[in-house]
Design a protein around this ligand. Structure first.
Ligand SMILES: [Zn+2]
Ligand SMILES: [Zn+2]
Length: 308
């Protein structure tokens, strides 16, 4: 009779198989393995700041990240603070915000929320009325600024996001497919003007992240954002998942390749210097930053709809 698979490190029941190495892991050893990889990323950030921020959407990735960081509390001396942006998306955000508050109170982590209406005067739903732009483009631009404002308000100089290895591999391939070589060199998100950004889950697969959230008893199946419609990413995700099935380790290699390219080219590729926006003064990649461009479009839209 064939028994249940056993952990490769102890006699515990295995919950995870690393197909690349053929290693089975029990719940405890999976958690330790994820924690070790996250710690390894974080200790490269020297010196560690007094306050360590987590961009906390309330979704499974950032929930798992918060749980890992709480488990590593003894090894990371910084004070942890969770920063949430409420974009104002009716019928979706209320539930994820509720979950976010609940997770922070259960993990005993300080939590701050900033809302689009507070910062920009309008919710994402408002912005999207009669808009020809994609919701994810506008939301991405505004959410990034909102996080920077919140990080600045809270004195956070290091900000961790929940991007996992699969996200990383997808982005790498998407940049390559669209020949966006500048992004491959620079990374998709530059360091913001106040807080350095890190991705502690860059070497942790999406399956491991999800399992971590489940094993920590923090996973709940949340509704998907009604605006989510990145068809291209969806296609790349399916392609990569299939490829990973056939060739275990591909995802990891692809995510790693991008970091390798970037580290080898450090200082050799001239990136366009950041400029200060003429309207709001924040640093960006043009005379007028993307946030001010979005706000101006909105104003023009309102004027034309009221006949002014
Ligand atoms: Zn074990
Ligand atoms: Zn601006």
């Amino acid at each position: 009779m064939e028994g249940k698979p056993v952990c490769s490190h102890c006699s515990g029941r295995a919950v995870y198989l690393d197909r690349e190495s053929g290693t089975h892991l029990c719940s405890q050893h999976l958690k330790e393995s994820v924690q070790a990889r996250v710690l390894n990323r974080i200790i490269q950030e020297k010196p560690l700041p007094d306050k360590f921020g987590v961009a906390f959407s309330g979704g499974k990735d950032s929930t798992a990240l918060l749980a890992v960081l709480v488990a590593l509390k003894e090894k990371i001396p910084s004070r942890l603070i969770a920063l949430t942006v409420d974009e104002g998306i009716g019928g979706y955000r209320e539930e994820t915000i509720r979950h976010a508050r609940d997770v922070c109170s259960r993990l005993n982590v300080e939590h701050r929320i900033i809302t689009f209406p507070d910062l920009f005067g309008l919710s994402l739903d408002d912005f999207m009325k009669n808009s020809s732009r994609k919701a994810c483009t506008i939301c991405g631009i505004l959410r990034r600024r909102a996080l920077e404002v919140l990080a600045d308000q809270e004195g956070v100089h290091l900000l961790a996001t929940g991007h996992n290895q699969d996200d990383h591999a997808q982005t790498t391939l998407m940049n390559a497919f669209s020949a966006d070589i500048k992004k491959v060199f620079a990374g998709s998100g530059r360091t913001s003007q106040f807080a350095r950004r890190i991705k502690p889950f860059a070497a942790v697969s999406e399956r491991e992240v999800t399992l971590y959230a489940i094993l920590s008893d923090l996973f709940i199946d949340l509704p998907e954002c009604p605006y989510a419609s990145d068809a291209f990413r969806g296609e790349v995700r399916r392609l990569l998942n299939r490829f990973e099935q056939e060739h275990p380790g591909s995802m990891r290699n692809l995510a790693h390749a991008e970091e390798e390219i970037r580290s080898r080219l450090k200082g050799k590729v001239q990136l366009q210097p950041l400029e200060n926006c003429k309207v709001c003064g924040w640093s960006g990649s043009g005379e007028i930053c993307q946030v001010c461009t979005v706000l101006k479009e909105q104003k023009n839209k309102n004027n034309s709809s009221t006949g002014q």
